[in-house]
Design a protein around this ligand. Structure first.
Ligand SMILES: [Zn+2]
Length: 470
């Protein structure tokens, strides 16, 4: 599918629509909270949709979710096409011709339904007794020895399992029609989700950027190697941050449907992890002891561009955190990388760096196995502190070179680096300012085919391992 047209939903501002539906709007800011016009008694939350445009609704009572046009359709009890016509008659800036309405329904409403049904199918795929996923589950250590009933109440929430052909048929139906015509099994397009040999069944984690809206999928297959066998596929949702725009993009959050509710048991805390396999392993082991999931959300760093290609534009791709509401966020980042600092600073969260004391001798995987999942999260929770304190402490043990690299990565977000520095202590600010002043004063020359950098504190060879003055 090509780039979808701008959603008609962008032409239906929420205050005007709710007025039309007879709902009183008391505050103008988003996210807004009003009485649900569909079930009449639930709390309806209205959020800004920064990906497809316009606003998005979600009712905690009747579980309705969708854009403003779908809200009108459900309230009136009519189909989406009729709702567009009725809204156009009420004065909203919407087309009445069938083609334009049909394109919106197909590219937005039906497309989202297709993503939701792919996820539903995947949830059925991983039920116990269905043999094809045993290899993956066993090799990735995601086994969970519970009764079928306990499985349906717990692990069915996350992850799912499905075959790659069904995924391609859902995400790229056009390309798969061509494949069928040539009797090919795989998606021949260069945009195929799964490229290379050996893909059959995959584990599936949907990512949400708004309540109940899937904005992408994490697929894990083959040998579960994070470099080659983890695939994040973003959905083709709208004119910005869709499949056709450059990185970074809105990658949403993956979590068990009950995860946010479970934060209540943990002093309103949600644990933010960037490793999907570690998160799934914790959850699966935990389900053997409990029927309640852990409050874990998995985030994905969608900026994989090398430093030189980063454009210094402010990242506006972390809107999914708004789903957390007022809950505390603890980022678990044993290696404290720039992506985790950026995310934590964005939501003013806490960071815990607990991990193996000697990463060379003990891997993170072994470290995780030492604890019960609940004890590990308690340990993380106890050691978590405001992100800027953790950053300052870590910097005290870092070389100038490492600090420079870290802040270059943070610079991806131009203003954000300044914003992050502003919120750090004076010691951090002064050191970073000095390092970058030194950097500006440096000179690079080429000598015997080697690039050498001259700085105030010495000469550095830039090729190879450039960390020691020579
Ligand atoms: Zn409702």
């Amino acid at each position: 599918m090509g780039k979808p047209r701008r959603s008609l939903n962008a032409n239906v501002p929420w205050q005007g629509l709710l007025g039309e539906l007879g709902v009183t709007v008391r505050s103008q800011g988003l996210p807004g909270v009003v009485r649900c016009p569909i079930c009449k008694h639930g709390v309806l939350q209205v959020s800004e949709d920064r990906v497809a445009g316009g606003q998005w609704h979600h009712c905690y009572e009747c579980r309705s979710s969708g854009d403003m046009i779908e809200l009108a359709a459900k309230t009136w009890g009519v189909d989406v096409e009729s709702a567009v016509v009725r809204l156009a008659s009420a004065g909203f800036d919407l087309p009445r011709d069938a083609d334009a309405i049909h394109a919106y329904v197909r590219q937005h409403v039906r497309y989202r339904e297709r993503l939701a049904s792919l996820w539903k199918q995947s949830q059925q795929g991983l039920l116990p007794g269905i043999g094809t996923f045993l290899r993956l589950v066993h090799e990735l250590k995601l086994g969970c020895n519970v009764s079928d009933k306990r499985w349906r109440d717990g692990p069915t929430g996350l992850p799912g399992g499905i075959d790659t052909i069904t995924v391609e048929r859902t995400l790229a139906p056009g390309a798969m029609k061509q494949a069928d015509a040539c009797h090919q099994k795989a998606n021949p397009s260069s945009n195929a989700t799964f490229r290379g040999q050996g893909w059959d069944d995959v584990l599936v984690m949907p990512a949400y950027d708004l309540p109940e809206r899937i904005c992408g999928f994490m697929f894990i297959g083959r040998d579960g190697d994070p470099e080659k066998d983890f695939i994040f596929r973003r959905a083709n949702l709208g004119t910005s941050a869709n499949q056709h725009t450059a990185e970074p993009f809105e990658a949403g959050l993956s979590m068990h449907p009950q995860a946010l509710k479970m934060a209540e048991d943990w002093d309103q805390t949600v644990f933010a992890l960037d490793d999907p396999l570690v998160a799934l392993r914790l959850q699966m082991r935990h389900f053997e002891q409990s029927t309640r999931p852990l409050p874990v959300a998995v985030w994905y760093d969608s900026d994989t561009r090398p430093l030189g290609q980063r454009n210094g534009q402010r990242l506006r791709t972390m809107n999914a955190w708004a789903m957390m509401g007022t809950r505390k966020l603890v980022f678990w980042s044993p290696r404290l990388d720039a992506a985790a600092i950026r995310q934590a600073a964005h939501v003013d969260g806490l960071i815990s760096t607990v991990g193996p004391r000697n990463p060379k001798e003990e891997s993170l995987k072994d470290f995780v196995w030492k604890y019960s999942p609940r004890d590990l999260l308690r340990h993380i929770q106890k050691s978590a502190r405001p992100w800027h304190e953790v950053l300052a402490e870590q910097m005290a043990t870092m070389t100038d070179w490492d600090v420079e690299q870290l802040f270059l990565r943070l610079q991806t977000d131009g203003e954000d680096r300044e914003d992050i520095l502003r919120r750090c202590g004076q010691t951090v600010r002064q050191r970073v300012a000095r390092i970058f002043a030194d950097r500006q004063a440096e000179r690079t020359i080429v000598l015997d085919g080697r690039r050498i950098s001259e700085r105030r504190d010495g000469w550095y060879v830039l090729d190879g391992k450039p960390k020691r003055p020579e």
